[in-house]
Write a protein that binds this ligand. Structure first.
Ligand code: ZN
Length: 132
């Protein structure tokens, strides 16, 4: 076994690159005359994928904030959830949750705006009231 110098993952001695972080290992030192010509360097693996990015954090926080905004401090949490979800959408791993956060917070903001306008008596009740 050999240990990846970047992420510390233990890997097979023969593996050319770390499967966890994508770091390419140097080839093992030759221990005698080579029996055949060394092969050309293997093509580099695709871009190493980070396990966890700040965009994922933003997505999760945005979704939680969007849902909590329905119950507490909606004026603060709903716009925060919308912004964090939009930021998180730029990451490619948790896009579904980011979309959910955007939808949930956008609907909440609309409801809140309607409620505020209703409270200020700027809109007739038949316009702001729901079905029930
Ligand atoms: Zn690694």
């Amino acid at each position: 076994m050999k240990q990846c110098p970047v992420c510390g993952q233990l890997n097979e001695d023969r593996s050319p690159a770390c499967p966890r972080c994508g770091t390419v290992f140097p080839p093992p030192a030759p221990s005698g005359p080579p029996a055949f010509l060394p092969r050309p360097a293997a093509p580099l693996p695709p871009m190493p994928r980070k396990v966890f990015t700040w965009m994922d954090v933003s997505t999760v926080l945005g979704f939680v904030s969007s849902v909590l905004g329905y119950f507490f401090a909606s004026v603060l949490l709903l716009p925060l959830g919308l912004a964090a979800s939009i930021l998180g959408f730029r990451g490619d791993r948790t896009r579904g949750l980011a979309v959910a956060g955007i939808v949930v917070s956008a609907i909440g903001i609309l409801i809140k705006i309607m409620a505020i306008l209703d409270e200020l008596a700027l809109l007739p009740h038949w316009f702001t009231n729901g079905v029930w």
